[in-house]
Design a protein around this ligand. Structure first.
Ligand code: SIN
Ligand code: FE2
Length: 217
């Protein structure tokens, strides 16, 4: 008799260091705070709605964005930068909700960055077909501080490359509740998101949300 097969069994968990030195893949790390995160997300989006920003080259991003915290990342025809005011509302970005801050700080600590104090949270909203091309996060002042990335809603494929754009990328599936941290020697690694596949998430419908926490100022 052969070994029984269990086709519905989930794939084995990826190791925390699957992405290499300076990184941590924390599967399901955000799940215990799911309710607080979802209600905080809705409150932020009510105050500073999602919008499709324009790249310096004049392209409309397929990902819709908003921010919370003292600084928010924006792009327009004049370039990429952090601002204290939401250019759509002319008001400060919404305060960073406590559940967001606590999650980011504890994920960073777990990844070996005990001094992380985020002052910016960029929130990306993906619909099926939306993607994020390979880029480095380099508009922040202090590269000693890591990036903490929280995935909610539809699954996605995270592309994680090297320090040069042409370096080979690994493909890491990210699902609702996963957290990825990258810092120190990995801080400037190229990364992106493959085009989102069609789907329906029980809590978030046809969307994937990604929170990226940074120390920008
Ligand atoms: C980003 O690099 O800003 C987004 C990454 C993601 O959506 O997981
Ligand atoms: Fe990024």
């Amino acid at each position: 008799m052969g070994t029984p097969l269990f086709p519905s069994e989930p794939a084995p968990a990826l190791p925390q260091d699957v992405l290499g030195p300076g990184t941590a893949f924390l599967a399901g790390f955000a799940l215990p705070q799911e309710e607080a995160l979802l209600s905080s997300l809705a409150a932020v989006a009510k105050q500073s709605p999602f919008r499709h920003m324009i790249t310096p080259g004049g392209f409309r991003m397929s990902v819709a964005m908003t921010n919370c915290g003292p600084l928010g990342w924006i792009t327009d025809r004049t370039g990429y930068r952090y601002t204290a005011l939401d250019p759509e509302t002319n008001q400060p970005w919404p305060e960073m909700p406590q559940p967001f801050r606590v999650l980011a700080v504890s994920a960073a600590r777990q990844a070996g960055f005990p001094n992380f104090i985020p002052d910016a949270c960029l929130i990306n909203r993906y619909e099926p077909g939306a993607r994020m091309s390979l880029h480095q996060d380099k508009d922040e002042h202090d590269f000693a501080q890591p990036i903490v990335s929280v995935s909610l809603g539809l699954p996605a494929t995270f592309l994680f490359g090297g320090l040069a754009r042409a370096d080979k990328t690994v493909r890491v599936p990210l699902v609702h509740g996963d957290v990825v941290v990258w810092g120190s020697s990995a801080r400037l690694r190229y990364h992106g998101i493959a085009p989102l596949r069609e789907g329906e998430h029980p809590r978030l419908g046809r969307f994937r949300y990604n929170l990226t926490f940074r120390k920008a100022g």
